[in-house]
Design a binder for this molecule. Structure first.
Ligand code: NAD
Length: 488
């Protein structure tokens, strides 16, 4: 299709020149040589990528440190104008970003074409917050005029995963820049293309050299060095819970401030009084879109036993109709999984489900042998103590568990190490209030799929994370509160 031709034109430069690190506005090769990024669609090599090491992180941290005072002190209006121009630059290159993201990650065009524009929205939203970011409060006491202000914390590290990498990177980088911080970004090794496009767009928009630096490479090398670097004041991390605890350990000696957005095993609870057609649409969307490679996906369906048979029958029909295919085909809903290791992990749960006594009601098999494709999968007859109900599979795989009472539903929903999101479907308002109050999750939607509204707090509890993003919560992280007391 025509998307493939367009993609080839955009990839030509990567194929020829590879991807360098971008440090202080300059291309730099990696101290560790290069590694290759591979497309999950057909396992072909896309290009060579700089393999960053501690020396590259040091150069980037020095650049971010050097650029910090001028960026911090730039008048808010000027900083705002640059961020708006970055948003415009993203919009102008949204198609290129989406095409590269699909090819690098296997995500379907249907969803990625929107994700690129959401990246622009993140910049626009935080651009509009620049002028108020430093506002403090006046808290007079009998003897003092107390004034608080906020100051950007300094150069920060941003470490991002491979699922919707462009959008997630902007989610961190936009508020950091709006706060007046400078950034060293370490994108996921599996999906480096769009991070390169972002730093190019930012520089073209007038972002001064060194304010945003990109160092590619592996977590244990470049990522670890970033956490350990003394000039980096904070780490904004998105990734697995296990990696999150490594981030904290690695940053302990330099007393890093950490914001951790981690994994999930999120429940969607469907009561028998809900609008079942709407619930069905949302259940499908929240686990089978974006390949199910999504931290907020509802991977555990808790369905009331009175409607279970009917609901599962409709689900099976819908799951079997999901179109798996080439991510650049506009009709494709599920593309290939990110890579070999993740493919093996997701696939392994097909056997684990059977061994543990669940039923594979749909899917449960791989598809073709050119790329990392699996069929959208539904497990039924599951219990919450099975591995398919406890572990984050991170693929288009849903586990359905029946319940009979509200109390049981709540106990099942909370019986997990994670606590990122929850989705509740009921038309009983009192129950919705009671249930959401007791549900252990950072974010809950009632009679709705996940809808991100940028001023609201985003983040998880338990093993799903520490800290919040969004609106002023982002500035709490990227800025320091300062108190000044004047004697009166
Ligand atoms: P991952 O933890 O393997 O990797 C994430 C990033 O951390 C990569 O850039 C990687 O190179 C880096 N990294 C790995 N080891 C490191 C180390 N020791 N020190 C520093 N950096 C290191 O995660 P992934 O597999 O890329 O992403 C999928 C995971 O991300 C899932 O668990 C998913 O739920 C989670 N996620 C969470 C959110 C959220 O908002 N809560 C959003 C998206 C993804």
């Amino acid at each position: 299709n025509e998307n493939v031709e367009k993609l080839e034109r955009h990839l030509a430069r990567f194929r020829e020149g590879g991807i360098a690190n971008r440090i202080g506005g300059q291309d730099r090769s990696g101290a560790g040589g290069t590694f290759q990024t591979v497309s999950p669609v057909d396992k072909s090599v896309i290009c060579d990528v700089a393999r960053g090491q501690a020396a590259d992180i040091d150069a980037a941290a020095q650049a971010a440190h050097g650029a910090f005072p001028a960026w911090r002190d730039m008048p808010a209006k000027e900083r705002r104008a640059i961020l708006i121009r970055i948003a415009e630059g993203i919009e102008a290159r949204a198609e290129e970003i989406a095409l590269c993201e699909c090819w690098d990650t296997g995500q379907a065009w249907k969803f990625m074409s929107k994700a690129a524009l959401r990246g622009a929205e993140n910049f626009r939203y935080f651009a509009d917050q620049v002028t108020s970011a430093r506002d403090g409060r006046h808290l007079p006491s009998p003897t003092l005029m107390n004034v608080t202000t906020r100051k950007p914390i300094g150069p920060v590290g941003v470490i991002t995963p491979w699922n919707t990498p462009f959008m997630l990177s902007t989610w961190k980088i936009a508020p950091a820049l709006a706060a007046g911080c400078t950034v060293v970004h370490k994108p996921a090794e599996a999906s480096p293309l769009t991070a390169r496009l972002l730093v190019e767009i930012a520089e073209e928009a007038g972002l001064p050299p060194g304010v945003l630096n990109t160092v590619n490479g592996f977590g244990e090398e470049a990522g670890k060095a970033l956490c350990e670097h003394p000039m980096i004041r904070a780490i904004a991390f998105v990734g697995e819970s296990r990696t999150g605890s490594m981030i904290v350990k690695q940053g302990a000696d330099t007393l890093k401030r950490n914001h951790l957005e981690l994994g999930g095993k999120n429940p969607v609870i469907v009561f028998d009084d809900a609008d079942l057609d709407r619930a069905l649409d949302a259940v499908i969307f929240m686990i089978y879109s974006i390949n199910g490679e999504r931290c907020t996906s509802s991977s555990r369906l808790l369905v009331q036993d009175t409607i279970r048979a009917e609901f599962e029958a409709k689900l099976i029909e819908r799951v079997n109709a999901i179109k798996v295919g080439h991510p650049l085909d506009p009709a494709t809903e599920v593309g290939p999984l990110i890579g070999e290791e993740h493919f093996a992990k997701v696939r392994s749960y097909f056997d684990i489900a059977r061994q543990d006594g669940a039923t594979v009601a749909a899917g449960g098999e791989t598809l073709g042998d050119t790329g990392y494709f699996v069929r959208p999968t539904l497990f039924t007859d599951a219990r919450n103590d099975m591995r398919i109900a406890r572990e984050e599979i991170f693929g288009p795989v849903l586990t359905s568990i029946p319940f009979s009472t509200e109390e049981e539903a709540l106990a099942l929903a909370n019986d997990t190490e994670y606590g990122l999101t929850g989705y509740v479907w009921t038309n009983d308002l009192t129950r919705a209030l009671r249930f959401t109050d007791a549900l252990e999750a950072g974010m809950i939607w009632v009679n709705s799929e996940n809808v991100r509204h940028l001023p609201t707090p985003f983040g998880g509890v338990k093993a799903s994370g520490i800290g919040r993003d969004g609106g002023d919560w982002s500035f709490e992280f990227y800025m320091e509160q300062k108190h000044i007391g004047f004697a009166t």
